[in-house]
Design a protein around this ligand. Sequence first.
Ligand SMILES: CC(C)(COP(=O)(O)OP(=O)(O)OC[C@H]1O[C@@H](n2cnc3c(N)ncnc32)[C@H](O)[C@@H]1OP(=O)(O)O)[C@@H](O)C(=O)NCCC(=O)NCCS
Length: 170
Amino acid sequence: MTAAQADLQIDRPTVADGAALWRLARDSRTLDLNSSYSYLLWCRDFAATTAVARDGHGEPVGFVTGYLRPDRPRTLLVWQVAVDGAHRGRGLAAALLDGLVARTAAEHGLTALETTITPGNTASERLFTSFAERHGARVEREVLFGTGLFPDGPHDPEVLYRIGPLSPSL
Ligand SMILES: CC(C)(COP(=O)(O)OP(=O)(O)OC[C@H]1O[C@@H](n2cnc3c(N)ncnc32)[C@H](O)[C@@H]1OP(=O)(O)O)[C@@H](O)C(=O)NCCC(=O)NCCS
């Protein structure tokens, strides 16, 4: 981490962090906000593939949620990334992503990372393109879920970014 985040600590979440993750997602105003229940469940069942950044009081100020794809257990699907507005632009999301990938690679071996991005989310595009550049990996893009698949009104398409190959023991 850079000196700007020297007071922050990255680790895995506990169930007690679920409420803070829900609030960070809500306050991002960009992410789809899922039920509070889903963030609690996530912190219980997917803590090993999720990372939180905590401030000096232990409060989460950023997170990356992910899971290993059941059909491709060496692929980490990154579901949501959010950083509190006061902490943006200082490399925190990049540090969370690098930390999570290093931890998951050490524990499970990883060969690829996937995420979906809605067109026009420049910060997210930059975050993942830069990640690929840092790790010397290629990026393949294709629409995963087109607009018409969503049942709840207009929704931008979700474009799959597949990043690899990653070294299994990063
Ligand atoms: C996307 C988000 C997580 C980035 O967090 P952050 O800590 O500010 O990101 P970083 O400082 O680590 O920057 C990562 C890269 O994105 C770029 N970036 C960050 N914010 C940017 C912005 N608003 N516009 C353009 N590029 C941006 C940085 O320059 C950096 O690229 P680089 O490595 O090429 O220099 C944060 O803006 C956020 O929470 N947004 C709302 C939720 C969201 O859109 N999540 C992503 C979808 S899953």
